[in-house]
Every structure is written in structure tokens, then in C-alpha cells.
Design a protein around this ligand. Structure first.
Ligand SMILES: Nc1nc2c(ncn2[C@@H]2O[C@H](COP(=O)(O)OP(=O)(O)OP(=O)(O)O)[C@@H](O)[C@H]2O)c(=O)[nH]1
Ligand SMILES: [Zn+2]
Length: 233
């Protein structure tokens, strides 16, 4: 067997991306005793990520609170950290991976990656908040309630949750970690504009509207009417 020297992860992270070199200087470890913030993230791997949308880098992070894993797909030179086309995509196993027609998540994910590729620069951050933060099983229970005519907001409440349990602290920390200062955020969701409160400037909101289809029309209508999403339907 031909022997090759396998670098350490520190070396891998440092070797070819300048912006990552800067952020990896962070002294904070996974158990972040050193950090005064309520949470911080560590960048733990970077690898090439060729996909059907183009050539990207894929970055892996873990957070200091519960060691949960987070990923980010990065395109192009983002070293200046300014005005970066960014999508914070909340996990949706059913829509992202199984082709669900109950929601617009799958098409939003694919469109985001296409737009980032077209611009030759940008970030897709995959936010580990399945079902608006209630988890997969509870989302599927919410679906069952919706099958009896309850809308997505009321279904969450009937299950004992807030209408939306997500927050954007970890995404903001991940973006700061790689030197991002301002973003052009791909979203229709006014709640995501809170990113500004966590120290990431939102230079612009870029709409990401997917036309309603047979099975997601009510879901999108509820997003517009009850969650205040900027949708034109
Ligand atoms: N609780 C619950 N979550 C859902 C339901 N349908 C989709 N989701 C989740 O909703 C999340 C997407 O959030 P949305 O509020 O639809 O949209 P958004 O990502 O906040 O807004 P955009 O940035 O405009 O896409 C994903 O995590 C999905 O898994 C549902 O009926 N109930
Ligand atoms: Zn979805």
C-alpha cells in the first residue's frame, strides 16, 4: 500500500482557505469553559464538496452547548465577509430528502444552491431545527392533525409547542466564525431578520418564493396569513 501522510484536521482546515485560517485561531474548545458567550461553535472539518449544483466546500461545526453537529456549504471567495448571498435552511427531512409535496422546503433548498452557484459565491447553512424546532416525530404528529383540518400554527400549539421554536443563535455564531459580517439573506420569513440582533448585518432580504402547488397551498397561505411571511400568493 502506498503510504501518504494524512494531515491533522487542524492542518486540513488551515491549508487552503484563508478565511478559515483566521477563524480557527479561536481558543475555544468543544466544552467552551473559556467563552463568556452562552454558546459558541467550533469548526471541526472542511472538505471539497462537488455536487450536482457545482463545486463547493463543506464545513462541519459542533456547538459548545450539546455538541450537536452543524454543516455549512460554501461557494467561492467569501474572505471579505460582506454582502454574502446566504441561505439559512431549516432541516426538513421529508421535503429536503424525500420529495415531500406538503411543503416548499425541497425546492427552496435546490433553488438556493442554484442561486449561490450562479453568483459564484455564497453560503448555505443547514439549520438543525427539523419541524421549526419541534423535531421530526412531532412534525409528523402535526401533519396528522393537519390531515383533520388544523393549520400548521395551531397544530404546533395543540401539541404544546410555540408556533415556531427556532432561534438563530447558532447560525449567527457559525457565520461569525468564518468572518461573515453582512449577508443578503434568502428568505421570506420576517423572523429570520433577527440575525441582525446576533451581530450579522442583513444588507438585503432576497425573496425565495416557490409557487404554490396542490398539496402545499394551505401551508403557504398559513405562512403568509398567520406567520407574516412575505409571500405573493
Ligand atoms: N412544526 C411544523 N414544521 C413544519 C411543518 N411543515 C414544515 N415544517 C418545517 O418548517 C421548517 C421550514 O420553516 P418555514 O417556516 O416553512 O420556512 P422558513 O424556512 O422559516 O422561511 P423561508 O426562509 O422563507 O423558507 C422546516 O424545518 C420544516 O421541517 C409543519 O406543518 N409543522
Ligand atoms: Zn418542509
Amino acid at each position: 500500500m502506498k503510504m501518504v501522510k494524512i494531515p491533522t484536521f487542524d492542518e486540513i482546515i488551515n491549508q487552503d482557505i484563508n478565511f478559515i485560517r483566521q477563524c480557527y485561531d479561536s481558543p475555544h474548545s468543544l466544552e467552551c469553559g473559556a467563552c463568556s458567550k452562552s454558546i459558541c461553535v467550533s469548526l471541526v472539518s472542511v472538505a471539497d464538496f462537488p455536487s450536482e449544483y457545482g463545486q463547493f466546500k463543506i464545513l462541519a461545526f459542533v456547538n459548545s452547548r450539546d455538541n450537536k453537529e452543524h454543516i455549512m456549504v460554501v461557494k467561492g471567495d467569501i474572505e471579505d465577509g460582506e454582502n454574502i448571498l446566504t441561505r439559512i435552511h431549516s432541516k426538513c427531512l421529508t421535503g429536503d430528502s424525500l420529495g415531500s409535496k406538503r411543503c416548499d422546503c425541497g425546492p427552496q433548498l435546490h433553488t438556493s444552491l442554484q442561486l449561490i452557484e450562479k453568483e459564484a459565491r455564497g453560503i448555505l447553512l443547514y439549520h438543525q431545527e427539523e419541524g421549526r424546532g419541534i423535531g421530526l416525530v412531532n412534525k409528523l404528529r402535526a401533519y396528522a392533525l393537519q390531515d383533520y383540518g388544523v393549520d400548521t400554527l395551531d397544530a404546533n400549539v395543540l401539541l404544546g409547542f410555540k408556533p415556531d421554536e427556532r432561534n438563530y443563535e447558532i447560525p449567527a455564531e457559525m457565520l461569525k466564525k468564518i468572518g461573515v459580517k453582512s449577508v443578503r439573506l434568502l428568505t421570506n420569513n420576517p423572523e429570520k431578520m433577527v440575525l441582525g440582533d446576533y451581530g450579522i448585518e442583513i444588507a438585503e432580504r432576497v425573496p425565495l418564493e416557490i409557487p404554490p402547488q396542490q398539496y402545499d397551498a394551505n401551508y403557504l397561505k398559513t405562512k403568509q396569513e398567520k406567520f407574516g411571511h412575505y409571500l405573493h400568493i
